[in-house]
Every structure is written in C-alpha cells, then in structure tokens.
Design a protein around this ligand. Structure first.
Ligand code: 5GP
Ligand code: ZN
Length: 116
C-alpha cells in the first residue's frame, strides 16, 4: 500500500535517499533532513496511512509497532535515560507537512515545556 505522490513512500521505496537509523518488517526510522534537536529521527510504518487518526481506525496495532520502533531508536541514540519526546503532528494546525503518518523522536538536549 503506497501512494505515488508521497515523499515517505518514496523514501521507503529507496527512490529518495535517507539515512537509516533502525528498521524492521513493519516500520522504518531515518534521520530528519532538518533536525530540531541532536537526536531527530522520523519513524514511519511501511504501509501508507495519512495520519494518526487514519492508522488508528484501520490498523491500530501497527501504530503500536511504530511506537515500539521509536522506543528502540531512543535506546540506540542513548537518550532513554536523559529523556526524549515522541511527536505526531496531525493536520494543518499542528504543522503536518508530509501526509504519511510518522513519529518524530526528539532528544539529546532539554526540549522545553510543551505548554510554555
Ligand atoms: P511533519 O512536519 O509532517 O510533522 O514532519 C515532516 C518531517 O519530514 C520534517 O521534520 C522534515 O524536516 C522532514 N523531511 C522532509 N523532507 C525530507 C526528506 O526528503 N528527507 C528526510 N530525511 N526528512 C525530510
Ligand atoms: Zn506514503
């Protein structure tokens, strides 16, 4: 299940290069091209869903698997103890720019309060 005009489907297909951080049969993790923190990794399911609502309705267990790979990324990056943030921007007000559901794994420095 891929979508022709989807940037992350192209990354998953190897049509656009990316720097792999972790991978399994369900999900793929790669470095964000424009990092907002020392650790900034994008984690995506291999199958295309538009956003968290879409995957939650259609294949909720896959969302858990993507989150589990994000936790593995945090371990690998050495930020499990110092702390990290899991972010899924959903829709325009949140600034979602790529409509293939993804988690940002952010860490490696104090990230600031969300409600600041
Ligand atoms: P969103 O804004 O949709 O939550 O996140 C999309 C993310 O994808 C952004 O943080 C952006 O920097 C990243 N991104 C956009 N294009 C590319 C690309 O070609 N390669 C990689 N590795 N990341 C990308
Ligand atoms: Zn896609």
């Amino acid at each position: 299940m891929t979508q022709d005009d989807c940037l992350f489907c192209k990354i998953l297909a190897g049509e656009i290069p990316s720097t792999e951080v972790a991978s399994n049969e369900d999900a793929y993790a790669f470095r964000d091209i424009s990092p907002n923190a020392p650790t900034h990794v994008v984690v995506v399911p291999r199958r295309h869903y538009r956003d968290v609502a879409d995957i939650s309705h259609k294949e909720p267990e896959l969302l858990g698997k993507v989150a589990a790979l994000a936790a593995e990324v945090a371990d690998q990056e050495g930020v499990t103890e110092s702390g990290w943030r899991l972010v899924a921007n959903t829709g325009p007000d949140a600034g979602q720019t790529v409509f293939h559901v993804h988690f940002h794994v952010l860490g490696g420095e104090p990230l600031g309060a969300l409600n600041a």
